[in-house]
Design a protein around this ligand. Structure first.
Ligand SMILES: [Zn+2]
Length: 524
């Protein structure tokens, strides 16, 4: 039975879409590449004002639930919301599992090799310490290539430490085009041979990890073969906190150059192999995650939610996702200065926590505010998400990060079941020149990607809310290289204006247009 991974990450989404196009033959949809001059919207914070939010959040330290930086981040958003005239500003709290390594290492023949801990591994889903002990795991290394089912069929990994290549998925933009509702790419930056690189995880990861675990391996070393020459890859949790899906084997990341050296060493070794010692120590703790939300009452109690997340998996987390949280704060500021009569619908603003733990805050928020008949009495009819406003950096010829000078590609995922949503999204995309953006319907994502959405609003969409979600996919997303200089600083106001327009247009739709989508969390 194939192993299922958490499909919030793009690789499932794209890979499955591409499989879909091959199976169906696809159908060509028209898209506009016309970019009109961006329109001025007085009162929308400037690039610099929005950038200041990003710098502030990035300066706090690792924004992981339970840490002072996380608390400071939610306090900052709370203060901004209050200062923007939002009402009933409050925290949404939930207990969330936080994984943290305190010690790790890999040594081969007594020589320590540079590596990083693979996050969310070596636990069984319950709080407590984990440790390979003072001696570490001592075992021979076995190289399994990409770690496909066939690779494991021909290699016995029991009692060994598996070394596997973890390439990122690369998908042809040309094959992807037939699935788009629209594409904004005035400079034609997606030529026929352009490959969309998926930074969310490797082509066969974490399946190749689970295969090693099932095969009785004692540890796992993933080589980031397509990455810049870095091992600081702070991976997401994938399915690690779902019942039966704990990643219970200790694991590490290794950079492409160091990894290639190690693989050559394994291949050249005598039959008794290369002996290694793998160490990993840390703990899984329960912490209180804290999202922030507030309201701007409008002429109707029907409500549009504008959201992103303020937590991060890297020390500064500038693009992922101080940038998204900053856009939410900018939109709160803009709409907060308008008279109530200028808001046909109530607006709710939120920044979530626990995106990099187990989404516990998202689920709690969905239950308390979004689900039909929710105890808060909120009548949310649509969700707008904004994430990752960044510049594109690729792996350079020297292995370092190389700026392409372009924006990172963005997906604009649209619940086209709601009459008017598709036009609103495409209109904003072309009118405001959201370049390198492709629009795709969430129903298609639902159909081919197994019922999830690769966006922060996944849990909100799952309880039946239609969404318009704007999500970029830079290669450095989970790397310590995600610093404020990677932010698309001169696009921040443009994105805010575009989504102010999206919110205004959604707010102007007739009530009859709104509909709940199927609640995927309902127990049947
Ligand atoms: Zn994000």
């Amino acid at each position: 039975m194939p192993l299922q991974t958490h499909p919030r990450d793009f690789h499932r989404f794209r890979a499955t879409l591409l499989t879909g196009v091959l199976l169906s033959g696809g159908c060509m949809l028209a898209w506009s590449s016309t970019a009109l001059a961006a329109e001025a919207a007085p009162g929308v914070p400037s690039d610099d004002a929005i950038y200041q939010h990003i710098e502030k959040l990035a300066s706090l330290g690792l924004r992981m639930p339970g840490r002072a930086a996380s608390r400071a981040a939610s306090d900052y958003v709370y203060a901004q919301f209050t200062d923007s005239s939002l009402q009933r500003v409050a925290f949404e709290e939930a207990e969330t599992l936080v994984w943290q390594a305190s010690h790790w290492g890999l040594s081969v023949n007594g020589q320590a090799l540079p590596c990083s801990p693979m996050q969310h591994t070596f636990h069984h889903g319950v709080p407590g310490p984990f440790s390979t002990g003072p001696q570490g795991v001592n075992a021979p290394l076995v190289y399994v290539g990409n770690g496909s089912a066939w690779d494991y069929w021909v290699k016995d990994v029991r009692g060994k430490i598996v070394v596997a290549d973890v390439p990122f998925s690369k998908n042809s933009a040309t094959l992807f085009k037939p699935f788009m509702l629209g594409l904004q790419d005035t400079a034609n930056t997606f030529p026929w041979d352009y490959m969309l690189v998926d930074p969310y995880s490797g082509g066969d990861f974490p399946d190749n990890y689970y295969r090693a675990m099932k095969g009785g391996a004692l540890g796992f070393v993933g080589i980031l073969v397509d990455y810049a020459d870095s091992h600081q890859y702070r991976n997401e949790a994938y399915d690690a906190y779902r019942p039966g899906k704990a990643m219970s084997m200790p694991a590490l990341w290794m950079s492409p150059v160091q990894g290639a050296t190690l693989v050559a060493q394994i291949k050249a070794a005598k039959p008794d192999g290369v002996q290694a010692r793998l160490e990993l120590e840390g703990q899984l703790t329960q912490q209180t995650g804290r999202g922030v939300y507030g309201y701007l009452p409008g002429m109707s109690d029907e409500t549009v939610l504008i959201e992103s997340h303020h937590d991060a998996s890297t020390t500064q987390g500038a693009v992922e996702d101080a940038s998204g949280a900053a856009e939410v704060m900018a939109l709160a500021r803009y709409f907060g200065q308008l008279p109530r009569s200028a808001r046909p619908r109530t607006l709710m603003f939120a920044t979530m926590d626990s995106h990099f733990t187990d989404y516990a805050v998202h689920r709690a928020f969905a239950q308390r505010h979004l689900r039909e008949g929710n105890p808060s009495g909120d009548k949310v009819v649509a969700v707008v998400s904004v994430e990752h406003i960044g510049m594109e950096y690729l792996k350079g010829p020297d292995g370092g990060w190389r700026a392409s000078g372009r924006l990172v590609p963005h997906a604009l995922m649209v619940s086209a079941e709601v009459k008017g949503f598709k036009e609103i999204a495409l209109n904003a995309m072309s009118r405001f020149g959201l370049e390198r953006t492709f629009a795709v319907s969430t129903s298609l994502v639902d159909l081919v990607a197994g019922g999830t959405l690769p966006a922060d609003s996944d849990d909100f969409w799952k309880v039946g809310l239609p969404v318009i979600a704007y999500v970029g996919a830079p290669l450095y997303l989970y790397d310590e290289a995600d610093t404020p200089d990677k932010v698309a600083r001169h696009d921040l106001n443009r994105v805010a204006r575009a989504f102010a327009s999206v919110v205004e247009q959604i707010s102007a739709l007739p009530s009859a247009n709104f509909k709940r989508l199927p609640d995927k969390t309902a127990v049947h």
